[in-house]
Design a protein around this ligand. Structure first.
Ligand code: CP
Length: 308
């Protein structure tokens, strides 16, 4: 099985067959990760640069673990402590590191389109680990994997994506992926956090009443309020956001049905999600994190395999 693309820059231009290939390969790697010996020699001669210009806990550790499980050599770059802090450009930084014989680049950057720019200028395969407010393709893949694992299918699944849609790269990648795979999507939250380009043209329905979205869905993917990307206030206060749009156990119990709760992390506890839900019986948040390793192993393995 080979991917039709050299890079994983986003879900928007990924073919449905590529998504199916990644998800089925991830299932094989998940099986490997249940064994006492979790390491395979698949990428033994491959060197991967983890290039993180923006903070990360889950994605950075998950990629590094995936690389180690595949026996790849890894290099970790963070801005702090690097010559980027002295003004070195992205392209100079990457070309200098590539000259040391690096094969693939996993990249997170606060600028939307940064990995697409890099892909035009360097020969190495690039995996987008989140670019600004554009896309976070491996998060969408692990979200889809986790939904499929829970429900056995994506076709016809009713997914509510709730919260700060405007600043979320996860929202866009989830929308692209889930609509390609036949899921139904409602996007919910305050009008000020749902951008005007989120319309039926993207295959989604917009709902401003969170309770109505929850009553409709099988699974709610709750997104973080990204205060660090807001130049001006887009709602009155975090307390009022929690009262109007936050998800708590009382709200879920009032639905008269069970729904699955997801969140890409990090969680603002007591804002978009209360702890009794985040840590409750219907949450699969830590399953998402676990599945991220297998999904990233699949992406790296398939891209490296395509190169050979
Ligand atoms: N979900 C996610 O991207 O988390 P991090 O920012 O911690 O990598």
């Amino acid at each position: 099985m080979k991917l039709s693309t050299k890079h994983l820059l986003g879900i928007k231009d990924l073919q449905t067959e590529d998504i199916e290939t990644i998800l089925s390969t991830a299932q094989q790697f998940k099986d490997v990760l249940q064994r006492p010996v979790k390491k395979v020699p698949s990428l033994r001669d491959v060197t991967i640069l983890n290039l993180f210009y923006e903070n990360s806990t889950r994605t950075r550790i998950s990629f590094e673990l995936a690389e180690k499980r595949l026996s790849a050599d890894t290099i970790n770059f963070t801005v702090s402590g690097s010559s980027a802090a002295k003004g070195e450009t992205l392209l100079d930084t990457v070309n200098n590191i590539l000259s040391m014989k690096v094969d693939m680049v996993v990249m997170r950057h606060s600028a939307s389109g940064a990995p697409h720019f890099l892909a035009k200028h360097i020969p190495a395969a690039i995996v987008n680990a989140g670019d600004g407010i554009n896309e976070h393709p491996t998060q969408a893949l692990l979200d889809a994997f986790s939904m499929k694992e829970k429900f056995g299918k994506l076709q016809g699944l009713k997914v509510a994506i709730i919260g700060d849609i405007m600043h979320s790269r996860v929202a866009l990648s989830d929308i692209y992926l889930l609509t390609k795979m036949g899921a139904e999507i409602v996007v919910a939250g305050p009008p000020t956090l749902i951008p005007k380009y989120i319309t039926e043209a993207l295959g989604v329905r917009v709902e401003y009443n969170v309770k109505r979205a929850l009553q409709w869905c099988d699974v709610a993917n709750v997104l973080r309020i990204q205060l660090e990307r807001q130049n001006q206030p887009l709602f009155s206060s975090l307390r009022e956001y929690n009262l109007a749009y936050g998800i708590n156990r009382r709200l879920l119990e009032s639905l008269g049905k069970e729904i699955t709760i997801m969140h890409p992390g990090p969680i603002n506890r007591g804002v978009e999600l209360d702890s009794d839900v985040a840590d409750g019986p219907y949450s699969i948040i830590l399953n998402q994190v676990e599945n991220g390793v297998a999904v990233r192993m699949a992406v790296l393995y398939l891209l490296a395999n395509r190169e050979n």
